[in-house]
Design a protein around this ligand. Sequence first.
Ligand code: ZN
Ligand code: MN
Length: 441
Amino acid sequence: MNDYRLIVGLETHIELATKQKMFCGCSADYFQQTPNSHTCPVCLGLPGALPVPNLEAIRAVILIGLALNCKINLESFFERKHYFYPDLPKGYQISQYLKPFCFDGYLEVGDKKVRITRVHLEEDTGKLLHGAQLKDKAGSYLDFNRSGVPLVEIVTEPDIDSPELASEYLKKLQLVVQYLGVSDCDMEKGSMRCEPNISITKKPTGLPDYKVEVKNINSFRFVKKSIEYEIDRQKAILETGSLPAQETRRYVESTGSTESMRSKEEAHDYRYFPEPDIPPFHFDTKFLDEIKKELSDKELPDARLNSLITIHKLRIEDANLLTEEKTLGDLFFKTVQKNIDANKLGTFIVNKKNILRDKSPQDILSMFNDVHKKEDVDPQELMNAVQTVISANSQAVEDYKKGKQQSLQFLLGQTMKALGKKVDAQKVIQELKNKIGYTGS
Ligand code: ZN
Ligand code: MN
């Protein structure tokens, strides 16, 4: 970057896993369903159809806002955001502009704080399918199953100053929302999508005079790559003395680059006005307190990580993984008991995660006990086995005497093998040391 500063703000859209859509009774679970099988006059935008807001979605967006340390607008309303596109049958999207449900929060990412400007609720659009997405058909097709699915938009302040922080922020946001249980945030399925606003400047403080928005990104890696690409592209333009165009670009997976889509819209282009078919909301503090209570009953990723490390004494690597893979961490908590070594159980679950994923806590516990159970051994039997192993492995014994710790581990393994059972490793090591007569470590 040399003398340039990177300035990135992120807009993230997350589809809520509610039973019904945002403004009608259609099922919101549309993934891989027959096209246009989850539709009705409301989500098809037919004349005379009236929207009824989904309370489950409103509670979920406030829950997310609270988890992101936001203030909540007790007076709020929906607005119409107008633009034309074939996947938007009404010609406007019901969204929020002046009074988002949540505003002014932050998310801690490592030792950084990314400020959250707003968290609002809106509806998703339908889906246009063309080209390679259609097997035998020519042309373009519309599927309105996604039309009207509740969509949360989370907007940050331009606090992100590296491509790494952008992807770290998104990972943390994904984890928090997954822990809240209101969305699966699956980027591949499109239930979490993000758009970085990127610019660079030599000014020591303040914002540059332009920004570039990149759309069409569906993985954390591509977010990072698109920012890296934009840094180089924008720098080359600035070096010639001109200013990069204020525009919307799309990320092109095959080349890892971005290409221009259109000049960037401003808020006034959308002709926002209050949605006349839905009265404004007046929430009372009792309603808010209920959601605060719900939040306090949930475990968030930071709290889990902390309890794995400080209470259960897990290795940092294991604790991180059991936090990042929530279902795997859940298995740990269902399996852990007072009388077993939680640290060893954590490592066991992490190492064997691919086998254990579908197992019950009882199965995991008995597999763990099988591996870690220590059988009794007769002292004479142990002495004999150690003697045999030492006689047969004089080279390893010599290496160990010279300080090679692996050789002791090797002799330990050989002794276990000779015994034909799993006994307390410390006992065997003590016996080996006695026999070898080595007094070092
Ligand atoms: Zn519908
Ligand atoms: Mn939006």
